[in-house]
Design a protein around this ligand. Structure first.
Ligand code: ABN
Length: 178
């Protein structure tokens, strides 16, 4: 078949002409927009449902009390290290220039604000020499270092890119299941 002197495949031409006749440009844009909005929402749905169904509170809903730069703060019940909040980081984050250890020691601490027990992960921050501020050694549930899996006296930076220990965080993992 010829079109303006250019050859066009027969079946392809019939197909594209049919599509062109049946759709408007606005309609196509609408369809494209709807599919983009739909695909954005899709990955969120299972995540939202998982959080709802797990029985775990959302982090933002956990009540809090106390000074997270003081060793008395409830999340530090099983701490052994320098508080990252006194070292340029925070209770949840490492100081600039350090990286969080991917392996960690966990403890279970009671939150005085709601009387519930939470699993706390004491991730070390690694890559700068020991901070030296706010040393905290509460050790609840700690066992001698010859039980490495139950001891907090371990440099978890040994599992990071650099073994140099700087400070420790105390991150809420979730409600403890007794
Ligand atoms: N997990 C805190 C720590 C770091 C280095 C040595 C002992 C304990």
């Amino acid at each position: 078949m010829q079109n303006d002197g250019r050859p066009v495949g027969g079946l392809a031409e019939v197909f594209s002409r049919t599509i062109a006749r049946r759709t408007s440009r606005r309609g196509l844009l609408g369809l494209l927009g709807a599919s983009m909005v739909g695909s954005l929402g899709m990955p969120l749905l299972p995540v939202a449902r998982a959080a709802e169904g797990s029985g775990q509170p959302r982090k933002a809903d956990i009540p809090d009390t106390g000074d997270d730069r003081s060793c008395d703060y409830w999340r530090y019940c099983a701490m052994d290290g320098y508080l990252c909040g006194c070292c340029g980081g925070s209770v949840n984050s490492c100081p600039p220039g350090t990286e969080m250890s991917p392996i960690t020691w966990i403890g279970t601490c009671e939150n005085p604000a709601d009387g519930k027990r939470y699993v706390i992960s004491y991730n070390d921050c690694c890559g700068k020499s020991a901070c030296g501020n706010c040393f905290c050694n509460t050790n609840q549930g700690d066992r001698p270092v010859y039980f490495p899996a139950k001891s907090n006296d371990v440099n978890w930076c040994l599992g990071a890119a650099t073994p140099i220990y700087n400070c420790s965080t105390a991150i809420i993992i979730g409600l403890a299941v007794e």
